[in-house]
Design a protein around this ligand. Structure first.
Ligand SMILES: [Fe+2]
Ligand SMILES: [Fe+2]
Length: 197
């Protein structure tokens, strides 16, 4: 049984009722963002395990994707989505897009959620044929309102981000953006009065 009145920063329960109104600024939420950053760093130790990652690591790929989006003038939410879009590559190799999208869902728009959830089908246009899959799998989504946005995500940002010669922003550069987005959930049963977009 929890006593409903302990401090989560001191190892106490996070189920204390008084924590919920301040959840967005709680030590628990800060710890969540710290764990995201920590796992992104683990993506830097994955060279040569999969096609494309023999020249750049998964972390370098994510940072290059986000740098390209940032340089193109995409907004902060979109840029953070780019940093995180392949975070599931090691933990969820068979559905890494849905994994990242589920993680980001409380914080992002319906469009960005859809882009991240389905980006692997669109990215497959560039390599599925080399592994015996249908490179045109993305065509099954034709007619979807975000189809063209997913093409843009892959063409402009995801696909060009396997460049060993590219100069790109560091995870430290993106950290303030990541913290701003992930400490402000907008859709969650634990946030009864979320700020409006
Ligand atoms: Fe991906
Ligand atoms: Fe990617």
């Amino acid at each position: 049984m929890n006593d409903g009145d302990t401090d989560p920063t001191q190892g106490g329960t996070v189920f204390a009722p008084w924590v919920l109104p301040g959840l967005q600024n709680s030590a628990f939420t800060k710890g969540f963002v710290d764990r995201i950053l920590s796992h992104l760093k683990e993506l830097d130790d994955s060279r040569a395990e999969a096609r494309g990652f023999d020249k750049v690591t998964r972390l370098e790929h994510c940072l290059q994707t986000a740098t390209l989006a940032h340089q193109a003038g995409e907004d902060e939410e979109y840029v953070v989505c780019c940093v995180i879009h392949d975070i599931g590559d090691l933990l969820a190799p068979f559905n890494h897009g849905e994994f990242a999208a589920a993680l980001l869902e409380p914080f992002i728009s319906e469009k960005n959620y859809w882009l991240i959830a389905n980006h692997h089908a669109f990215q497959g246009y560039y390599y599925f044929e080399h592994i015996g899959l249908d490179k045109n799998l993305r065509d099954t989504y034709k007619g979807h309102p975000y189809f063209d946005d997913a093409i843009t995500f892959c063409d402009k940002y995801d696909m060009p981000a396997f460049n060993p010669d590219m100069e790109y922003m560091s995870l430290d550069d993106f950290e303030p953006m990541i913290r701003r987005l992930l400490m402000a959930p907008k859709k969650s049963i634990w946030v009864p009065n979320p700020p409006q977009h």
